[in-house]
Ligand binder design. Structure first.
Ligand SMILES: [Zn+2]
Ligand SMILES: [Zn+2]
Length: 209
């Protein structure tokens, strides 16, 4: 498994391209915007996009999903069904943040906790982690000890819970039940900012004390 991170939009959201080294099959995770820039990088890497995966329905994570799904003729997968209201209210989300309007978006398939998704010969477990938003999922590569975390846990903080559908105790429960039982050496890429490890957050993150 290889990956390349491209921060997109004014929110510097970490869109990632993830691919299987053996087959060249790839997924785009959380394409929040800047479709042309992502297409350019994908062409340079000579990888073959098979699917688009979404961790949750906030505009900075989904803004370019429709455009890229059409361009590559691939399905949009995830997040969890509980995100439906947020994703149908995308135009309103954009209004609140004064961003260009994004049309309502529904994926080709919702995800369930415990599912396993494949990219070529590598695979990711789906963990439903509500709290930042109701249908938020994270993608965990057990073999590589790597998590695409979205906005659940960050380097030094946790996801915000003041947006519609957010709930602090639900978020902390998700982190404690789904994330922290995993190994300390697990590296994670959050939706914004720098990577960290679960061990590091366990020791230093003030929200997990
Ligand atoms: Zn978010
Ligand atoms: Zn975000």
């Amino acid at each position: 498994m290889e990956y390349f991170v491209i921060p997109v939009t004014a929110f510097n959201q970490n869109c990632s391209l993830v691919w299987c080294k053996e087959t060249g099959n790839a997924v785009i995770v959380d394409p929040g915007g800047e479709a042309k820039r992502l297409q350019k990088k994908i062409a340079m890497l000579e990888i073959v996009v098979k699917e688009i995966w979404l961790t949750h329905g906030h505009l900075d994570h989904v803004g370019a999903a429709s455009e890229l799904a059409k361009f590559y003729k691939v399905p949009i997968i995830g997040p969890h069904h509980n995100e439906k209201i947020l994703m149908t209210s995308l135009p309103w989300q954009c209004q609140i943040f004064g961003m260009k309007i994004i049309q309502p978006l529904l994926p080709d398939r919702w995800l369930q906790n415990g599912e396993i998704l494949k990219i070529g010969k590598t695979s990711f477990h789906v963990l439903h982690c509500p709290g930042h938003s109701p249908g938020h999922v994270v993608f965990w590569n057990k073999e590589k000890k790597f998590i695409l975390m979205g906005d659940v846990l960050f380097n030094g903080r946790i996801g915000c819970t003041n947006l519609p559908g957010g709930n602090i105790s639900t978020l902390l429960e998700s982190i404690h039940r789904q994330i922290l039982p995993l190994e300390d050496s697990t590296v994670f890429l959050p939706g914004h900012g720098l990577e960290s490890t679960l061990g590091n957050e366990r020791k230093t993150n003030p929200f997990l004390k």
